[in-house]
Write a protein that binds this ligand. Structure first.
Ligand SMILES: *Cc1c(COP(=O)(O)O)cnc(C)c1O
Length: 395
């Protein structure tokens, strides 16, 4: 089996599993308890926090809140900025059309509460232009939230430049860095980031564990009321085993990041070169400014879902980056945002690899995708129309 869906989730690293099991077996205390086992759990929690601080270039333990993952961190960051904005009479938020639904759906809720949201266009290459962020900022803008790297097409945004613009204009800047942290260098200070979301299961840590960075001095809104955990900003007994494993996975990912990225990029580029040979296909997103492991293509005249099922039969686990897989017939909002028309967006394939894929597997994937695309086209009515000239090729 070839697992090529690391953008959906990753396999936990052995080190993270071991740390998690050891914590569950031995370090079972409640960090809020004052006696020995409780204090031992508290120590594990705080040393995990120190690791996270180091990993993203933060300053201070108060800047990290452990959450149930990326979605919760996104919700909390956006709510935090919205509360600050509401109090100051600033109810305008800037984001982009290709954010994760954890961001887009939170913004939809805020619109119902009276906020105005501007979603910036994403250009054909899958990149946001800093000057357009600059132009969209108004007197009443309380937040700019733009993802670090896109989960479907892998494009890496000019975060540092956008952050500098927001800083200069005194507007809070949040980035959903779930796809970036542990994969490419991220530094909250150098990148001018005020708030950042991350999720452990995207960097070989456990599911249901993540964190939110909030720069010192920004008053945080809590989503969950209850006890005084996480300095009163996120109630509920901490997921100590998950948090410990998160820190281990993150440390590991960052130590090996440069080396793994180099290996992964070479394989990614071979996959891209191989898939480009398929006629009437196109890569989605900028070819260079993309995550080391992301390959995303559209193939004209086919349906992404059939492609996935047939690849699964060949032992290749991938994704279409389309909402079809979850029962909806809408094509991916990300592909529509970069200007793909519905028909083309339907025929998409996302392969998200890591350094473990072998060269032989890469060749097998290329060969398999070529075969499956050709097979699906052989009985596709759309393809027949395209070939007969009744319909115009787009790609
Ligand atoms: C996976 C993902 C999320 C959600 O993270 P969870 O931990 O699954 O809640 C948010 N944003 C992006 C970009 C993601 O890839």
């Amino acid at each position: 089996m070839i697992y090529a869906d690391n953008a959906a989730t990753t396999k936990m690293s052995d080190a993270a599993i071991e740390a998690m099991c050891a914590c569950m077996k031995e370090n079972y205390g409640n960090p809020s308890s004052l006696y020995g086992v409780g204090q031992k759990a508290k120590e594990a929690l705080e040393s995990a926090r120190d690791e996270v601080i180091k990993a993203i270039g933060a300053d201070n333990f108060r800047e990290i809140i452990f959450t149930s993952g990326g979605s919760e961190a996104d919700n909390q960051a956006i709510r935090t900025a919205a509360e600050i904005g509401r109090k100051a009479g600033k109810m305008h938020i800037i984001s982009t059309a290709f954010e994760h639904h954890a961001v887009l759906h939170t913004l939809k809720r805020l619109e119902k509460e009276g906020f105005e949201v501007t979603l910036l266009d994403v250009h054909e290459n899958g990149l946001i232009r800093p000057e357009e962020v600059d132009a969209a900022i108004r007197e009443d803008t309380c937040l700019v939230t733009i993802m670090y790297a896109n989960n479907e097409i892998g494009t890496i945004q000019p975060i540092r430049e956008i952050g500098a613009i927001c800083r200069a204009k005194n507007v809070l800047f949040h980035t959903d860095a779930v796809q970036a942290v542990g994969h490419i260098p991220v530094n909250v200070k150098e990148d001018n980031i005020d708030m950042l979301s991350a999720s452990a299961h995207k960097f070989h840590g456990p599911k249901g564990s993540g964190f939110l960075y909030v720069r010192k001095g920004i008053p945080i809104t809590n989503l969950i009321e209850g006890g005084a955990q996480e300095r009163g900003k996120r109630a509920g007994t901490e997921n100590v085993p998950g948090i410990v494993a998160t820190a281990v996975a993150l440390k590991d990912a960052i130590e090996k990041m440069d080396q793994n990225a180099e290996i992964t990029k070479a394989k990614r580029d071979r996959l891209i070169a191989g898939l480009k040979e398929i006629p009437h296909s196109a890569i989605n997103g900028d070819e260079d400014r993309r995550l080391p492991g992301n390959v995303n293509f559209c193939f004209e005249g086919i349906e992404g879902e059939s492609l996935l099922l047939l690849l699964d039969d060949k032992g290749i686990q991938a994704s279409s980056g389309s909402a079809c897989t979850s029962g909806s017939l809408d094509p991916s909002h990300v592909l529509l945002a970069i200007g793909r028309v519905h028909d083309v967006a339907h025929g998409s394939l996302r392969l998200s690899i890591n350094e473990e894929i072998t060269d032989e597997e890469v060749e097998y994937v290329i060969k398999s995708v070529k075969e499956v695309v050709e097979y699906l086209r052989s009985f596709s009515p759309i393809w027949r129309d395209l070939v007969a000239g009744r319909k115009k090729f787009i790609l």
